[in-house]
Write a protein that binds this ligand. Structure first.
Ligand SMILES: Cc1cc2nc3c(=O)[nH]c(=O)nc-3n(C[C@H](O)[C@H](O)[C@H](O)COP(=O)(O)OP(=O)(O)OC[C@H]3O[C@@H](n4cnc5c(N)ncnc54)[C@H](O)[C@@H]3O)c2cc1C
Ligand code: SF4
Length: 362
């Protein structure tokens, strides 16, 4: 992705100087985009719209149509016109961009969209052109450099010019076979809490409930909470794909499929991502506050009450050891796992087995 992104930066002359070098002397400010959200930082109110959809809801209820999520709001909060989409873009530039980059990986229960743009639906439904959004961010940053650092603008532009274009290219290059890939032979059914958010894992409950309420979760919730859980638990990528395609307002197959099956489930064996996005509870604790109110103990690796992400993470490494052996980016966790004695490994395997056998009760 990094080299693809650099090529597009050059081709379209985005954030480049007149000598063909990246502005600020660096292509990527990713290292500055990984902060957790301090309690003292307030987050903006999301800009929402109020399209009256009560007639549609009446019809859904009258015909007893089964649906996913919450339709009790009689208004649609998402932009449905180009004008409303431009309004959302302007709101993002003024209110969210100044802090977008630094908190783009953060998670919190204090709000549902933090400093994210929520422009994916407008982009995917073609109410906004991606280059229009990129140029708007570039010019807004140029005019406001005293309050907005280059890291914020680059961090945002990378998501659209980099990730969005990259997954689009890979989708068209690898379909139709891509939709059937299942390198990790994952076969478990999706647990019930994916449909109602009813789980004792507070990080998962929050991400699912928010998705049911707003048809939205930001990237790290999708990748490192629900996606990470599905990956560690070995959930069937067909079911995982269907869930992601059904639940999010921006879900259109060309962008949903490579993100879900590839980036988050590693079912493509590494076409999109060079290693699985797998993490134990430690990462979730670092990037958010969920663990403080959770039924499970993030510091505990095994036994009753231990954070399920912990034993499932090591069990995942154990299950796929032979595949990861040839991946240098997995060398560190593999080395750690191999260094454990059989006496240390047994309770991890037992705890993971217990959780995997009782997914619906987590
Ligand atoms: C498992 C999984 C499933 C996903 N499914 C979808 C999907 O169905 N539709 C979708 O548009 N995005 C999807 N994404 C990517 C990303 O999570 C969303 O684009 C983003 O959360 C949308 O919110 P936002 O507009 O506030 O994004 P911001 O954080 O404000 O980012 C700005 C824009 O960058 C683009 N972008 C950022 N990351 C990605 C990415 N990985 N792939 C493509 N575009 C990206 C989006 O257009 C987004 O609007 C998925 C990610 C994961 C991990
Ligand atoms: S303890 Fe584990 S399950 Fe609970 S919120 Fe933290 S990471 Fe999630």
């Amino acid at each position: 992705m990094e080299f693809f992104y650099r090529a597009l930066r050059k081709k379209h002359h985005v954030l480049m100087d007149t000598n063909g070098k990246p502005l600020g002397g660096r292509w990527n400010f990713d290292g500055e985009n990984r902060n957790a959200l301090p309690d003292k930082v307030s987050i903006p109110q999301p800009l929402v719209f109020s399209e009256d959809v009560s007639e549609i809801i009446d019809r859904i209820e009258r015909h007893k149509i089964k649906y996913l999520g919450n339709i009790s709001h009689s208004c649609l909060i998402w932009p449905t016109t180009r004008q409303a989409s431009r309004h959302l873009l302007n709101h993002f530039l003024k209110v969210c961009l100044p802090q977008f980059g630094q908190y783009q990986d953060a998670m919190t229960e204090r709000g549902w969209s933090l400093f994210h743009s929520r422009l994916s639906f407008s982009l995917n439904s073609k109410m906004l052109h991606p280059m229009e959004v990129i140029r708007a961010v570039e010019s807004y940053w140029q005019a406001n450099q005293e309050t907005i650092s280059l890291a914020q603008a680059e961090g945002f532009i990378r998501q659209i010019l980099g990730w969005r274009e990259y997954v689009r290219a890979l989708y068209w290059a690898h379909m139709p076979n891509y939709q059937h890939l299942n390198t990790l032979s994952a076969e478990r059914a999706l647990p019930k809490f994916f449909w109602d958010g009813d789980t004792k894992m507070s990080c998962v409950a929050h991400a699912v409930q928010q998705s049911l309420d707003y048809a939205y979760a930001h990237h790290i919730q999708r990748l490192m909470i629900t996606g990470n859980f599905a990956l560690l638990a070995g959930l069937d990528p067909d079911e995982v794909d269907r869930w992601y395609l059904g639940i999010y307002v921006d879900a259109i197959e060309w962008v949903e499929l490579p993100n879900t099956r590839g980036m988050s489930q590693f079912a493509d064996g590494g076409i999109i991502a060079s290693k699985p996005y797998a993490a134990s509870g430690n990462y979730i604790q670092k990037m958010g506050r969920y663990c403080k109110t959770c039924h499970y103990d993030v510091k505990q690796r095994t036994g009753e009450g231990s954070c399920p992400f912990n034993s499932l993470y090591w069990d995942f490494i154990d299950r796929h050891q032979s595949l990861f052996e040839s991946n240098p980016r997995m060398a560190f966790p593999l080395k750690h796992w191999k260094a454990l004695s059989d006496d240390d490994k047994a309770p991890i395997r037992n705890t993971a087995k217990h959780y995997l056998d009782n997914l619906d009760k987590l």
